[in-house]
Every structure is written in C-alpha cells, then in structure tokens.
Design a protein around this ligand. Structure first.
Ligand SMILES: CC(C)(COP(=O)(O)OP(=O)(O)OC[C@H]1O[C@@H](n2cnc3c(N)ncnc32)[C@H](O)[C@@H]1OP(=O)(O)O)[C@@H](O)C(=O)NCCC(=O)NCCS
Length: 167
C-alpha cells in the first residue's frame, strides 16, 4: 500500500520511464511522462499516465492543440472495495502514431506497473468491434472472462482480466 502520493507516483514513473526510449524511437521525438491523479492510495485512487511531447507543451498560444501533444495515455482506478485489483481504462494512442507498436508497449507498461505495485489483477473492458485493442489483449496474456451484450444496442463488450498472482 502506498499511503503517500509521491511514493506511488515515483513507483509508477519509475516503470513508465523504462519505456520512454522505446516510445521515442517509434515516434521520432523527445517524450516525457506525466502522472495526474488523486494519488493518495488507501482504498481509492485514480491516476492517469500520459506520455507527451514536451516541446509542444511550450505553446500556450494553442491550448486547443493539447490533444496533439499526447502520444499515449491510460488510466488506473482501484476496484471499489478491493485494492489488489485495478481497473485500467482510457488507453489512447494519438492517431498519427497508431499501428507502430506503441499500444502494445503501453499494454506491457500497464502490466509492469501492476507488478511493481504488487497488485493481484488488472481488469478492463474492450468493445467487440475494437479489433486493434482486442489484438493486443489476445496476444499479451489477458483472459477474456465474460462478454456482455450492451443493453438496447447491437454490440458487445468483453471483460478481460490479467492475473498477476503468478508474477
Ligand atoms: C487501440 C489502440 C490503443 C492501439 O494502439 P496502437 O499503437 O495502434 O497499437 P499497436 O500498433 O501496438 O497494435 C495494433 C494491432 O492491431 C493490428 N491491426 C491493425 N489493423 C487491424 C485490423 N484491421 N484488424 C485487426 N487487427 C489490426 C496491428 O497489426 C497490431 O497487431 P500486431 O502487433 O499483431 O501487428 C489505438 O488504436 C487507440 O488509441 N484507439 C482509440 C482508443 C481505444 O480504442 N482504446 C482502447 C479502449 S479499450
């Protein structure tokens, strides 16, 4: 358990920083990692990890360009009532950087964060039409645990678990 926000941030940043070089080589630009979140752990924390191109941030005249600065981001949330499980969501790779392996690297990064925080499992949902994310899940050790039909819609959502107890 990380009672202190700084301790948690440093642990997560330590893992994310081991990926920076590889992402930089895929993007061809310098990147820094940032963490936003409530951080203090106990039973309820949420944090978003974002990899950004720092030079773009230095353009306050173009605040609406913010999305353009983001190379990759994802969010972790503690499962309510069970701090050994975290829900990962909002995985995002900037359009122009897709399909060059960054999504796969960030998935591995999320798993490494889970290991570093000594979690038991990660959990997430993926829409059945999201062929890109499904490919990443199926190739990288996630187990499809359940499939829901979206009420009133003609689509399905898969629930995936990554079991960290053996790691
Ligand atoms: C999903 C997402 C994160 C993937 O990021 P990415 O950097 O493009 O991912 P990668 O390049 O690592 O991998 C994409 C995989 O999809 C595969 N792919 C590409 N086109 C495909 C297609 N038409 N059908 C099936 N698979 C396809 C690629 O070949 C690659 O698999 P491979 O490693 O076996 O070759 C990105 O598309 C995204 O941000 N989407 C919008 C947000 C989103 O859907 N987030 C996930 C919510 S659960």
């Amino acid at each position: 358990m990380y009672e202190d926000k700084k301790e948690l941030d440093n642990k997560v940043l330590g893992v994310v920083n081991t990926y920076i070089r590889r992402v930089e080589s895929l993007v061809g630009d310098r990147i820094v990692a940032k963490i936003y979140g409530n951080g203090s752990v106990s039973l309820d924390h949420v944090y978003t990890v974002t990899l950004v191109i720092p030079d773009a941030i230095a353009s306050p005249r173009y605040p609406d360009m913010f999305m353009d600065q983001i190379v990759a981001s994802f969010t972790f949330k503690t499962f309510p009532g069970n701090a050994s499980i975290q829900i990962v969501s909002n995985a995002f790779i900037q359009y122009k950087y897709r399909n060059r392996g960054i999504g796969t690297l960030m998935n591995q990064c999320r798993i490494d964060i889970g290991k570093a925080l000594e979690l038991s499992a990660l959990m997430c949902t993926v829409a059945s039409y999201n062929v890109f994310q499904l490919r990443i899940m199926e190739k990288n050790g996630w187990t499809r645990s359940y499939t829901l039909k979206k009420k009133g819609q003609n689509s399905e959502v898969h629930i995936y678990i990554y079991d960290l107890t053996g790691d």
